[in-house]
Design a protein around this ligand. Structure first.
Ligand SMILES: Cc1cc2nc3c(=O)[nH]c(=O)nc-3n(C[C@H](O)[C@H](O)[C@H](O)COP(=O)(O)OP(=O)(O)OC[C@H]3O[C@@H](n4cnc5c(N)ncnc54)[C@H](O)[C@@H]3O)c2cc1C
Length: 539
């Protein structure tokens, strides 16, 4: 029997092909095995980890606390693993996933270094043929796309990009051996989460750092540090309790710092200030749960926005730089960043902020970046330009369902799914954290586990009922897409140009892709099963 690894010498026929070996693919494989199904994971990278395999830039870490950003499906696993920091860095999260792979002996069913290029349904046999690069194919009754919401790097097509003679890096494809910027003039393009995490560390190392900012970002402090062993022990004493509390939270994390059940609109100035100060001092994303209307009501949102901008102006010494760093959109409608010294970095004498709204990039040159105002000489360029989120990885696979229809065609006007789990016309092809599910608006590990467990149960129920195939019903899917849009429309999320909407990728259809609200979503998923897979066709 093969031992996993590169190449495609593994079995060419299995029950389930799983694409991707991140948190989602690894757990899916484990559940398939437990169910007695044969499964093969295909992973483009050379090891497990997904996000945490690829994103090795300085400062890469989670922004949901590690005690919560981890699997809860196996109590022995969660008891034995010791997190060292409140927000673990990339190396530690990668070690954790490698540990999981070893603990559950997962690698022997994973083909590494192989990219899935196509998945084509054979309607006569009801099977999928999954083609691999560098060659070979696997046939399966079921395909699970565990390809990741943030796995497809987005590199802007800047004029003259190829002419730059120095090295360029994308934060999501960082060299394994690391990069030493000592003595160099470095340019970072972008100011989203990856930039916010990496900029303070690059600035410490580089001779000079120039940050090219298109849209200023909001950020709250992480106050990261070593995890208090007593805190870890207390969580482990009732880990199930914390996981359950998290699943009851709107975004499936922060169960220890619940959302305040009060509207900012109804709060006094003193109450607003006290709660925002308290949450600023606690740090992290629960800042946005300070009041229950912050993402619903622009007036409420403005109170949080004002508070954070006040902090920005306290931190950044130069008022002109502070002005340039001040966002004007709703706070939280783009993913809120969690930082360790981001704004303070702009006080350093070796850091320059270039506002691309004032002085856009004209072209890259052999020696740097030319804006409408100046030539910036650089030795290296870092693209912190994020991802073609949620649909990017799928759109790079030639997926063909009934009648040979390409998924790209079915999703031409934006992704259409039922529950974010399946798309009509693509039977037996499941998505983990697909568009139309809480996914990136939730603690993704909770979202992944809920999806994997749902899919696993669905496969079990099909077999128990003597059936072979499941497909989303077109009407149910239409209604679900309307529902997702309706929920988004009732929030402030669609009010700015975010990657949730696909707005960071030129030409991408603008549709709000994730579904806000984890607990009501889970309730629907459960009810659908209780109603005999309502909205699905099984045969
Ligand atoms: C820097 C960073 C920090 C993050 N922090 C948090 C956080 O704190 N909290 C949170 O909830 N979420 C966070 N996320 C989101 C994160 O992506 C998820 O939490 C989680 O890791 C996703 O796991 P996954 O298995 O679904 O996908 P991924 O980890 O993205 O894995 C998908 C895998 O599929 C593989 N793949 C894709 N297409 C193909 C193909 N065609 N053929 C073969 N293989 C393919 C990829 O190589 C990749 O390894 C963060 C993301 C980033 C980038």
């Amino acid at each position: 029997m093969d031992q996993g690894g590169r190449g495609v010498e593994q079995p060419s026929e299995v029950d389930v092909v799983i694409v991707g070996a991140g948190f989602a693919g690894l757990y899916m494989l484990h559940r398939c095995r437990q169910r007695g199904l044969t499964a093969r994971v295909v992973e483009a990278g050379d090891d497990v980890g997904g996000t945490w395999y690829w994103n090795r830039y300085p400062g890469a870490r989670c922004d949901v606390e590690s005690l919560e950003y981890s699997y809860g499906f196996d109590d022995a696993l969660q008891q034995e693993w010791e997190w060292t920091e409140r927000y673990a860095g990339q190396p530690e999260i990668l070690r954790y996933l490698q540990h999981v792979a070893e603990r559950f002996d997962l690698r022997r069913d994973i083909t590494f270094g192989a990219r899935v290029t196509a998945a084509v349904l054979d309607e006569a046999t009801g099977t999928w043929t999954v083609s691999l690069d560098p060659g070979g194919a696997v046939t399966a009754s079921f395909v699970v796309m565990a390809t990741g919401c943030l796995s497809s790097a987005n590199v802007p097509d800047l004029p003259g990009a190829a002419s730059f003679t120095g090295p360029t890096y994308h934060t999501g494809r960082w060299p394994h051996e690391g990069v030493d910027f000592t003595g160099q003039r470095v340019g970072v393009i972008g100011t989203g989460s990856s930039a916010v995490q990496s900029i303070p560390l690059i600035a410490e190392q580089a001779a000079h750092l120039t940050v090219f900012q298109r849209t200023p970002t909001y950020t709250v402090p992480a106050w990261n540090g070593p995890l208090d062993p007593a805190e870890q022990a207390a969580v482990k004493a009732d880990y199930a309790g914390l996981r359950a509390a998290n699943r009851a939270m709107f975004s499936a994390f922060g169960g220890r710092i619940p959302r305040r059940d009060q509207a900012a609109r109804d709060a006094t100035e003193e109450e607003l200030d006290a709660e925002y100060e308290r949450r600023w001092a606690l740090g992290g994303l629960p800042f946005l749960a300070a009041f229950n209307d912050l993402l619903l009501d622009p007036v409420a949102n403005e109170t949080a926005r004002r508070f954070v901008i006040g902090k920005l102006r306290e931190i950044v010494h130069d008022p002109t730089v502070a002005d340039r760093l001040t966002p004007d959109h709703v706070i939280g409608c783009k993913r809120l960043c969690v930082d360790s010294g981001y704004w303070a970095t702009f006080n350093r004498p070796n850091v320059t902020l270039v506002d691309l709204r004032e002085t856009p990039i004209e072209t890259l040159t052999p020696t740097g970046i030319r804006t409408t105002a100046a030539d910036h000489d650089l030795d290296a360029i870092v693209y912190a330009t994020g991802f073609d989120a949620m649909t990017g990885a799928l759109s790079r696979i030639d997926v063909r369902g009934r009648g040979g229809q390409p998924l790209g065609e079915a999703w031409a006007a934006g992704p259409r799914t039922y529950l974010g789990l399946m798309t009509h016309g693509f039977p037996n092809l499941f998505l983990v954290t697909g568009p139309g599910s809480p996914s990136v608006l939730a603690n993704m590990i909770e979202a992944i586990q809920q999806h994997v467990e749902w899919i696993d149960r669905c496969l079990g129920d099909l077999a128990a009922d003597g059936l072979q195939q499941i497909d989303a019903d077109a009407d149910a899917q239409d209604a679900w897409v309307d529902h997702v849009n309706g929920v988004a429309g009732a929030t402030l999320f669609p009010t700015c140009s975010s990657w949730y909407l696909g707005a960071n990728v030129p030409g991408k259809t603008r549709v709000f892709m994730p579904l806000a609200g984890f607990p009501p979503y889970v309730e629907v998923c459960e009810q659908v099963v209780a109603d005999g897979y309502r909205g699905f066709r099984r045969r």
